[in-house]
Design a binder for this molecule. Structure first.
Ligand code: F6P
Length: 527
């Protein structure tokens, strides 16, 4: 099937997107998907019916529907770790049975949700003014991203997110906190992650240094209650989750506690309901009308088909400033792998490099390359029809106008003749006109998609996050990889541990390569 995809991509290379619109008056409708409150428009790219058929055949060939059903059924689809993948159970608010090893996990899930609600309400009713979530990767990015995204719904204590082992992170955060009124949430699935445990110890020392008892000041969110207990957090202050919740898929459960504290249990449940609604859509919609499937196929088309190595995520929403980072982990930690589930090398590229920034800021920074650079960067725009600042509607109108202008500009471009006419209008002639005109040419025909959302509510955010989770899953299935392990982060961790004594000078560096030795020598000289 990959050969067919490559052939379809080759045939599409010189296809003009504008011609596709000219040939089909209903293209926008035909090349978009509506699901729940969302509209996903993928008409501004070089895809036609034939190419879409090839992509859908790829999905069928990879048994996407059967793999999806296996995931929801609690089968061990994370084969390298021997685990089920059931973050969807965390948002299964109606509690329909979900079995793992013959055991219904839903009573436990709902019980933990009730405990989260009790803890969150207790914190919201207390005199705690600041909550510091200490976690990294999947134990940080989800709640940190959503806390910013849902700022209009935040009516609880202030939340902070400390992740980096760089002391600057925790020092800068604690500077603004009152030790008497600060609560720490240690979020770590394994409860062994070096950054998180280092920051947690520093937080404990900070309280002690201020003469404040640490009793009742720490909550643990972890699958490893034993390690939390050893660290000094008693069982009643540990909210646990099972190994079938992957770190980067974990914000729907206890890892979302800081978010629940910030926005309240009702809004948090609305977020879960949004995710659950997307699950239902994903489970029931036909492939071509299935938003996560079509989003995944668009990704496959651009990356494995046309060979575009990166993908820009461009939310026109300042509150989604951390969404690109969140999606970066989701996609790159899940699908950045060169070995297929069966142990063989991938016959095509692994998942793409994901990056981005909110619009309109990015327009004044890196869009230059997107419009006129030599590489094509497929862009994924996202914008809400309505903003929250009803007294500042003109801002939102401008925001939408900019978002739509960018996708139009990327597609339309500006020809040399148009640029010449522009320069002639400015009074230029001859060689100078020609030279200036060349710099003002936009190649155009650059692909983008747009996800429209009604308003960035908790429910809509839930839909969006679940949409992207399933997109990554479908891409992984088509690539034949396990999207739920992350062996690629291990080697660096091991080496960092062994380098510790070398940095402090407690062990010699002679066994290291020349570069590492020279860098260590610099540290020794300058510290
Ligand atoms: O470094 C990779 C990783 O394992 C991520 O997958 C995970 O989200 C993060 O580290 C944090 O892990 P933990 O929650 O166990 O501290």
């Amino acid at each position: 099937m990959w050969t067919e995809l490559k052939a379809a991509a080759k045939a599409a290379e010189d296809r003009k997107i504008l011609d596709l619109f000219a040939e089909d008056a209903r293209r926008a409708e035909g090349f978009s998907v509506t699901a729940l409150d969302l509209l996903f428009d993928y008409s501004k790219m070089q895809i036609d019916d034939g190419a879409r058929d090839v992509l859908l055949a790829l999905a069928r060939d990879a048994d996407v529907e059967a793999r999806r059903d296996a995931m929801f059924a609690g089968d061990i689809i994370n084969e390298t770790e021997g685990r089920a993948v059931l973050h969807t159970a965390l948002r299964n608010l109606d509690g329909d049975a979900v079995f793992v090893d013959g055991q219904d996990v839903m009573p436990g899930v709902l019980d933990t949700l009730d405990r989260m609600v009790r803890v969150a309400e207790e914190v919201r009713d207390s005199d705690i003014t600041d909550v510091v979530n200490i976690g990294i990767g999947g134990s940080d990015l989800g709640p940190a991203m959503a806390y910013l995204a849902l700022a209009p719904y935040c009516d609880g204590p202030r939340c902070h997110f400390v992740s980096n082992v760089d002391a600057a992170d925790i020092a800068d955060t604690l500077r603004g906190c009152d030790p008497e009124k600060t609560l720490f949430i240690v979020a770590s699935k394994t409860f062994t992650t070096i950054e998180t445990m280092t920051n947690a110890r520093t937080a404990r020392a900070w309280l002690q240094d201020h003469g404040v008892s640490t009793d009742g000041r720490f909550i643990a969110l972890s699958s490893n209650a034993e390690a939390a207990a050893e660290w000094g957090i008693p069982a009643e202050r540990v909210l646990g989750f099972e190994d079938w919740v992957g770190g980067r898929y974990s914000m729907w459960g206890p890892i979302g506690l800081s978010l629940m504290v910030a926005i309240g249990p009702d809004a948090f449940k609305a977020f879960l309901r949004g995710g659950q609604a997307m699950d239902r859509h994903f489970k029931s919609a036909a492939l071509h009308e299935n938003m996560p499937v079509m989003l995944a196929l668009v990704g496959i088309w651009h990356n494995q088909g046309l060979g575009h190595a990166t993908r820009a995520v461009l939310p026109y929403d300042n509150r989604l400033s951390r969404l690109p980072a969140y999606l970066q982990q989701l996609e790159m930690e899940s699908n950045g792998k060169s070995v297929a589930m069966d142990g063989r090398g991938l016959p095509v590229n692994s998942g793409p490099v994901v990056w981005g920034e909110p619009g309109t800021n990015g327009q004044h920074a890196f869009y230059q390359l997107i419009h006129q650079g030599t590489r094509v960067v497929p862009c994924e725009f996202m914008v809400a029809a309505e903003g929250h600042e009803t007294d500042l509607r003109h801002h939102h109108a401008l925001l939408i106008a900019n978002c739509l202008a960018q996708s139009e500009a990327l597609m339309r471009g500006r020809s040399l003749d148009e640029a010449r006419a522009m320069m002639a209008q400015k009074g230029l002639t001859g060689e100078e006109l020609e030279r200036q005109a060349r710099h003002r040419v936009f190649p155009g025909n650059r692909p983008s998609t747009t996800l429209m959302i009604p308003k960035l509510t908790p429910e809509a955010l839930g839909q969006i996050i679940a949409l992207y989770e399933h997109r990554v899953f479908v891409e992984g299935v088509i690539l034949g990889i396990n999207s739920f392990d992350q062996w690629g982060v291990e080697l660096g961790k091991e080496l960092a541990t062994s380098l510790g004594p070398l940095v402090s000078g407690d062990a010699p560096a002679d066994e290291k390569d020349g570069s590492t030795q020279a860098l260590l020598a610099y540290v020794k000289r300058r510290s």
